[in-house]
Ligand binder design. Structure first.
Ligand code: 13P
Length: 256
């Protein structure tokens, strides 16, 4: 089984429900390349209404942007993995750098969240990536390795089938500064090597690794053409339907 090509949009805390429905509809209508999996990570308030408005046949899948690590309980304002899967939502994003920074989510907590999400039947888009000072000190590969070792590598090889990894260098998120295709490829290759060492060739070859950080219609094709880049996790540019559809259609020969 070859790994999936994925164009994922992360809307973050943007759009009203009405705007979100309109955006998702436009994306769903245009995303008919069945070789590319399109995922929209929408705000929690949008999961149900958007899921009702896009046809399953469009091939577009939805993701929650976060979940709690407990099944239920006195956690005001939180949302459990079971609540998300009860809406027939497929994915949840875990470990985004904004949640690591603003909500102080560390690797140990992200391991618990990943466990809880998989137990509830969700697939996980697990984010990793280094800050600028780490990149400048040339310890970015070691940093990402540590993030994955402490949060993901307790999973079994079978469970890894339900994991998508998103490499998002923090210095490239929302800054307009994109990693070069070579920088992205270097890290994606390194991540695949980590997977190979931990789980063997099969898991390494079958795990989709997405790049995130200022992906746009104008740079997606070059990034996605790298051998170990299986797609993108797109913030700002996913809020514009035309721009995002351009990104969905940027896989060139990989998507046949
Ligand atoms: P931008 O595409 O806006 O840089 O955001 C990337 C991101 O954080 C996706 O999760």
């Amino acid at each position: 089984m070859a790994r999936k090509l994925i164009a994922a949009g992360n809307w973050k805390m943007n759009t009203t429900v009405e705007e979100g429905i309109s955006l998702a509809r436009k994306v769903a209508e245009a995303s008919r390349n069945n070789k590319v999996l399109t995922i929209l990570a929408v705000p929690h308030t949008h999961l149900f209404p958007v899921s009702k408005k896009i046809k399953a046949s469009s091939g577009v899948r939805l993701a929650a942007q976060n979940c709690h690590h407990k099944t239920s309980g006195a956690f005001t304002g939180e949302i459990s993995p079971a609540m998300i899967s009860s809406l027939k939502i497929t994915y949840v994003v875990i470990g985004h750098s904004e949640r690591r920074e603003y909500n102080h989510e560390d690797n140990a907590l992200l391991a618990l969240k990943t466990r809880a999400a998989l137990d509830a039947g969700l697939k996980v888009i697990f984010c990793c990536g280094e800050a600028l000072d780490i990149r400048k000190s040339d310890s970015h590969v070691a940093h990402v390795k540590n993030q994955l070792s402490e949060s993901l590598f307790m999973l079994s090889a079978t469970e890894m089938k339900n994991i998508v990894i998103a490499y998002e260098p923090i210095w490239a998120i929302g800054t307009g500064e994109t990693a070069t295709p070579e920088q992205a490829q270097e890290m994606h290759f390194a991540i695949r090597e980590m997977l190979r060492k931990k789980y063997g060739k099969r898991v390494a070859e079958n795990t989709s690794i997405l790049y995130g950080g200022s992906v746009k219609g104008s740079n997606a094709a070059e990034l996605f053409s790298q051998p170990d880049v299986d797609g993108g996790l797109v913030g700002g540019a996913s809020l514009n339907a035309d721009e995002f559809v351009t990104i969905v259609n940027s896989f060139g020969r990989k998507a046949g």
